[in-house]
Design a protein around this ligand. Sequence first.
Ligand SMILES: NC(=O)c1ccc[n+]([C@@H]2O[C@H](COP(=O)([O-])OP(=O)(O)OC[C@H]3O[C@@H](n4cnc5c(N)ncnc54)[C@H](OP(=O)(O)O)[C@@H]3O)[C@@H](O)[C@H]2O)c1
Length: 251
Amino acid sequence: MTHLWITGASQGIGRAVALAALQRGWTVSATARGAEGLAALVAESQGRIRAFPGDITDRAGLAAVVDAVEAAAGPITVAVLNAGTHQPTDGAAFDPTVYDRLLSVNLGGMVNSLAAILPRFTARKAGRVALVSSVAAYRGLPKAGAYCASKAAVTALAESLRLDLAGAGVTVQVIHPGFVRTPLTDKNEFPMPFIIEPAAAAARIIAGLEGNGFEIAFPSRFIYILKLLRVLPYRLYFALVARQTGVSTGL
Ligand SMILES: NC(=O)c1ccc[n+]([C@@H]2O[C@H](COP(=O)([O-])OP(=O)(O)OC[C@H]3O[C@@H](n4cnc5c(N)ncnc54)[C@H](OP(=O)(O)O)[C@@H]3O)[C@@H](O)[C@H]2O)c1
């Protein structure tokens, strides 16, 4: 039996993954802070998805959530650590409080989620954990210093854990979504190339979780372009991003 525990399941990508996993016949346990969003998810699943409200920035609280998940539905076999947030940041008006918040949720929350789940997986010598990062981890993007820093850290963390846990029976994966239409991206006022719907993202994620590749990245054409940008020398990279976004790089 596959038992998925997914964080950030009250809306957006997490909600779509929870529903797609249920369709696949998996047992699904869903966590987020918002009881209303979780209740709507449970209702849509006709009571088959179980909701366990929790805040990923509360380490002790999250450990108790995982205790409750396993008590109710048995050992978690797949954890998708998806909860996260974004807020634009302008380096020219540097506000450390936004950095505190994004790093606390996107990186600190990831650490708390791993702390709740990994000891169980290593004790059982079994389990799969997928860390939701972003293509924003590939390189620094304009007006996204806090978000890019938090997601680059998540990707590096996943790479290290993949190496550390390879011999422990635990599979570690990283998820790099491009733009997905969710309440998070609905706030963006700029054009979002190659944007896809949450159900399409969820299908890619479920397929990735059924394989053993490290990186689950989509949509493919956007990923190819971004990976090319990633290997460009800085001078070329900054010039190209400046041309695409209208941001002056001073180069
Ligand atoms: N959408 C995209 O284009 C895109 C692209 C790349 C990566 N991503 C990443 O994919 C993940 C999901 O993004 P999304 O677009 O689906 O975002 P979203 O629509 O804003 O959903 C975020 C989810 O995370 C939960 N969450 C936020 N803070 C939390 C906390 N402290 N504790 C527990 N749950 C929390 C939210 O629920 P509550 O508010 O109820 O807690 C919600 O369920 C994020 O990590 C995001 O960075 C998204």
